[in-house]
Design a binder for this molecule. Structure first.
Ligand code: HPA
Length: 283
């Protein structure tokens, strides 16, 4: 029989306790290809996913599988470079194992980014969008079979993205010099991009951007009552606005172009967190 999930989490946490200088307060999960945030960290320790028990091994093009621990603005930070995706064939539990473990190890806040197609016609590739809310269209849930073994069988998602962190991002955006929208992110399982008809339906649902990630981690973060901020990098126009021939190279190029803004925004947010890694300014 497969090892129960909580024992797998414990095994990973035990590994971290022995190998890492101290528990992180903040977890940052980056869109594929982004590396410069880790350059801002001091006292770095780098681990490859394949050396960490129960961490999935990324297979997607442009996604490296490393975890970098370090310090930044007085916070201990763990950066997951090269998250794993549901579309790679992993289970929802596999892809959220790192977050379960990093939370149990100590992290209270999740900062997460993704690449997305712009459904809202006012969005332009290269813009950023702070996620106000999401629509889980992935057809699965990472807490299935897990939450019922815990004290919290049903998880509140009414403020899945911490309002004060969203506000902080919106007020910092002009200083960072970036167009920051606020909107609803919808995720499909992927790996196919959407058809124009699907995008029209998603627009009617109220979605502003579409991608293939992030929602599993945000559900798990809410299960653990972590604070959450999510940023989508609008990499391309969604399928019904696109001229045709959507491809991953276009996405990677746009994400790379938006990287300096995204990284600066994340670093400014980290600077605003309190000593325990939690954002307290609810105003
Ligand atoms: N659809 C889904 N996922 C994406 C897209 C898109 O248009 N762009 C980047 N990731």
């Amino acid at each position: 029989m497969a090892t129960p999930w909580n024992l797998r989490v414990k095994e990973t946490v035990d590994f971290f306790k022995h190998a890492v200088d101290g528990p992180p307060q903040v977890v940052v999960i980056l869109s594929g290809g982004l590396q410069t945030l880790t350059e801002a960290l001091d006292n770095k320790q780098v681990f490859h996913n394949q050396d960490i028990p129960n961490f999935p091994k990324p297979t997607a093009e442009g996604h490296r599988g490393d975890v970098v621990f370090g310090t930044c603005a007085g916070q201990r930070v763990a950066v997951l470079m090269g998250r794993s995706h549901y579309y790679e064939g992993y289970s929802m539990l596999d892809i959220t194992m790192p977050l379960h473990a990093l939370h149990v190890f100590g992290a209270k806040t999740l900062l997460i980014s993704n690449a997305a197609g712009g459904i809202n016609p006012s969005y332009t590739p290269g813009d950023l969008m702070v996620i106000r809310d999401h629509i889980n269209f992935m057809g699965d849930n990472p807490l299935r079979g897990i939450a019922n073994q815990s004290k919290q069988q049903f998880v509140d998602m009414t403020n899945a993205y911490t309002p004060s962190l969203r506000q902080a991002a919106l007020s910092l955006a002009p200083q960072v010099g970036v167009t920051l929208h606020e909107g609803v992110y919808l995720a499909t399982s992927g790996p196919s991009y959407e058809t124009p008809a699907e995008i029209r339906a998603f627009r009617n649902f109220g979605a502003d951007a579409v991608g293939m990630s992030t929602i599993p981690e945000v559900i798990v973060a809410n299960f653990h009552r972590m604070q959450v901020m999510g940023i989508s990098c609008i990499a391309n126009l969604a399928a019904d606005l696109h001229s045709g021939g959507m491809n991953h190279a276009e996405v990677l190029r746009a994400v790379k172009g938006a990287e300096p803004h995204l990284v600066t925004l994340f670093l400014r947010i980290i600077e605003r967190l309190g000593g325990n890694g939690v954002h307290v300014n609810a105003a």
